[in-house]
Ligand binder design. Structure first.
Ligand code: GLY
Length: 293
């Protein structure tokens, strides 16, 4: 089966000076994930390595570059889900782990639990020798400035994600985030909540969501989009309907990417911009940030 992969770098009012970096960051992430899939790697492997690049890229709200909380440091959430066995790995509120997506992957493979947070998540990561960084390493001039100015806005979100279908026909999804601007310390968003920040089921679809976490979790957006594929003719219309339901019920904003078991790609968002990249049927990388092109 021909593999498929799509990544996103978040939905929101991405500022003009960040557009090029968003596009090139998504392109780099998709190249890495595509190469893994093309060489017979699994969807989970592709997702981990694509998202690690996005986390290390300071233009995105995940890993280095995560928005700061009200006390001026980062707290990050991440999730991965496997569509074959519905296995989940997620972390909530981790502080000094360089790549929260890799911690989520380790939890999926090695923990009897689905979600770890706080001191237990840190201990789990340290037992596996996952890389740690000083809290200052995660902070950029841009995020420090936003924090100082106390900027918060209902359409300014971040988050990164990736969904993939591997050559064995297995779907998976992953999402990683620093959350929203100037969030309360200890706030957990939608990302690590299964069905909200991501969902993957080989019987329906795999989804990664981005946007206002408080709203996303009310409609369990990623699971909603998966379930809508059962009654919709195309994955694109299922994606659009999920975002419309989110808006109708919460008056809020979000975006999502998805792949169905046949390899069809979907994307929908109701924010001004959402950066994303994918490999088209000719094997060429495509990247976009605006709604219509
Ligand atoms: N969707 C990211 C967050 O609200 O944390």
């Amino acid at each position: 089966m021909r593999p498929k992969i799509i990544v996103h770098g978040g939905a929101g009012e991405i500022v003009d000076e960040h557009i090029n970096a968003h596009i090139s960051g998504c392109q780099e992430a998709i190249e890495v994930g595509w190469e893994i899939l093309d060489q017979g790697g699994t969807s989970l492997m592709a997702i981990e390595h694509s998202i690690r690049l996005l986390e290390d890229n300071p233009v995105f709200d995940a890993g280095r570059g995560s928005y700061l909380n009200q006390d001026g440091f980062v707290e990050m959430d991440a999730i991965v889900m496997n569509g074959d066995d519905l296995n989940i790995g997620a972390v909530a509120g981790v502080r000094q782990i360089r790549n929260p997506i890799s911690l989520a992957i380790q939890i999926l493979h090695k923990s009897e639990h689905n979600i770890l947070g706080g001191q237990g998540a840190l201990q789990f990561a340290q037992d596996l020798d996952l890389e740690e960084c000083e809290l200052d390493w995660f902070i950029t001039d841009y995020t420090r400035d936003i924090c100082k100015k106390q900027i918060s806005n209902s359409k300014k979100f971040g988050t990164v994600g990736c969904v993939a279908l591997d050559s064995y026909g297995n779907l998976a999804s992953g999402t990683s985030t620093g959350g929203i601007k100037n969030k309360a310390t200890g706030r957990i968003g939608d990302t690590p909540l299964v069905g909200s920040g991501a969902y993957a089921d080989n019987l329906t679809a795999s989804v990664s969501a981005t946007g206002n976490g408080e709203a996303i979790m009310k409609v369990v957006l990623s699971k909603l989009a998966c379930d809508l594929t059962i009654t919709h003719d195309s994955i694109e219309s299922a994606a659009r309907e999920a975002i419309q339901i989110l808006y109708n019920r919460t008056n809020s904003h979000a975006g999502l990417i998805m792949i169905d078991p046949k390899g069809n790609l979907g994307c929908a968002f109701n924010t001004p911009r959402m950066s994303r990249a994918w490999v088209d049927n000719s094997g060429d990388i495509q990247a976009r940030i605006y709604p219509d092109n």
